[in-house]
Design a protein. Sequence first.
Length: 142
Amino acid sequence: MKSKSKRLAEHVSRVKNAKAKRPIYKDIDAYIDDQSAEFRSILNNIRRTIIKAIPDAEEVISYGIPAFRYHGIVVYFASFKNHYSIFIRPRFMNVFKSELSKYKTSKSAVNIPSGDPVPVRLITKIVKYIAVENLKEGKAKL
């Protein structure tokens, strides 16, 4: 049986290797351009939806994926092999629990099958709500 320190060293090595293989994107355009044609269209639709909903939001790459910030992070989004996802803070997942029930979800992810249309109205509703909450929280800290 391997010692605890040996197992930890192997784990750290695997994590470093995985990170080394992951591309580093300078901006959302670079991320989207690197995806398959199927997902480029979807991701651009999500991006346009968020920009339309929160015109003053800042586009960023965070944790290696696209995100929008407005007085704090509003939403992340990304594509995967068979689905695309939006990621929001867990407390907001609870606010929209009933609307999100048709999708596979986790603590902070909404997974949408690649063949499904982008839920523009739902994303708009979610990001507008989070932007308002971020603004309230920011003013409360002053």
